[in-house]
Design a protein around this ligand. Sequence first.
Ligand code: AMP
Length: 425
Amino acid sequence: MKFSAVKGMHDVVPAEASMWEWIEREARALFATYGFEEIRTPVLEKTALFVRGVGATSAIVEKEMYTFVDQGGEELTLRPEGTAPVVRAYVEQGLYQDDQASKLFYIGPMFRHERPQKGRFRQFSQIGVELLGAAHPLADAEVIAMAVRLVARLGIDDTRLEVNSLGCENCRPNYQAALGALIAQVASQLCDDCHRRIEKNPQRIFDCKNTTCQQALADAPIMQDYWCEPCHEHFSQVCAGLEAMDVPYYCNHRIVRGLDYYQRTAFEIVTNHLGAQSALCGGGRYDGLVKELGGPDSPGVGFALGLERLVMLLEEAQRRPVSRIPRVYVAALGQAAREQMLPVMQQLRQQGVRVEWDYEDRSLKSQMRRADRCGAQWVVIAGDQEIAAGTVAVRNMTDKSQHDIALGQLVTKVSELISLAKETA
Ligand code: AMP
């Protein structure tokens, strides 16, 4: 019997894992400069958290959650997104008691039972950021700038930042009424999915990819015309902040976020290189969510970036992380040499050197081929006769020079060679 991975879920094999590790490292380094710290929450949460926090009318809660009842009769869900769990932790752990805003980030897997396609999986990973306790529009601008800078830092270009404001509870109802009036006129041209959206959250009809629906909605009113004064002011300050930080953006007044709790700022980073799944990153402001989840009336703003989509773009651009770990291959020939080299290899590894060797005792020729393939910068050649004479040969794989070194000097000499190579690199 042969097993395969669950549909929509995938293995990250070593060649790709180095890319993941690099992206995560770059994200951590960048977030640290803005004072963001990591939070790790469980992958399982009570189902009610998402019903409440993501919204009962959202596509995620309606049909995409991996939900089950555990042995204790508790209804649990594999997290489909990271914001509700982080807000739950923020409230439960009393992080809001700090008089500073909480600057949090997370990296981890999310689960949604969607129809898998290019760039869309059922288990996928997100790098997410949540800034809790800051209502100022410049907080939005800074969070957006972080997302843009992460994408740029990874060398991904040809992306576009699109921003919008979804209004607030004061102005959105007027907009929804106007939108409702238009929908009533074009209802017969809309698809079944749109009709379902209309019942629950009419703004979601802009998510529809059906061209007939899009044409029917071409003259739909836009939220911008209905913003109240404070929403206007908030949006212009977000834009001014982005301009001050030299972050180019486009206003796209059709952006609607997939989750119910967004208000005011909503943004996406999109690319033309991912087919239908054009969104690389999505985020916005969600004032009201913390209160909704039993906490104080703290505002929040954040984003989530899809790791798989980042990896796909980097692979397309043939960008590979460069390992800075020095590599040494030990070609030990014969039993005595292998035994002598074992502690030496341990010492080299303690110095942070990656040491590879052959478990099978193959010929020198075959071991040299392997050394080449694994990208070793130096090869230590240790035959039984050399070992008996107390020496080994160290071969520089770049210029092919070779020197004999006394066994007792080996670790020091190799460390010296590595530092020298680092200095001249
Ligand atoms: P969302 O939480 O839906 O706002 O998504 C934020 C980001 O997560 C998106 O821009 C994607 O990069 C990524 N993402 C969302 N859903 C999926 C999925 N099913 N498969 C892969 N990546 C996803």
